[in-house]
Design a protein. Sequence first.
Length: 168
Amino acid sequence: MKKMKSFLRQLCLGLPLLFFGWSCSDDDEVTMTAWELEVNQLTAATAKYANVDVATGEGFFDASGFVPNMGHHYVLPTRMDNTFELEKPEIILYAPDANGNMEFVAVEYASPIADLDNPGTPPEGFTGNLDEWEINTHLSQWQLHVWIVKENPNGIFAPTNPTVGDGN
């Protein structure tokens, strides 16, 4: 609960700064790229998942156990389709904190691939070409991680995050 309050407090403090940037004059304007605005939209839409009970209450379940440098993958099967919906990722990632409580760290988009020998192009995701869709051959899926909560030194769209660790 304490982590959720802290996360929500940071979100509430950050949103006015975002809106302030839009209301400045041209000389003072904070320029955000389209994908950064989309990340802010995603962050706001998924803030409720700071509490893992909210995710499980919606039907997300731990489909992976702990995966090093990623965390636990909580999947919502009804979202598994070929449609990229910015505010509705298929997977929410959690990692245990120092007390063993599940901490929201990232989201992941997943899109099934019918034929791995001919996967086609990755789904349309965030505006621009910075998002790093990868093929998971074990699950026959295009996948995109977005580290919206836990900062990732490898970048917001990197598939793994060394700060998540190995689960020990």
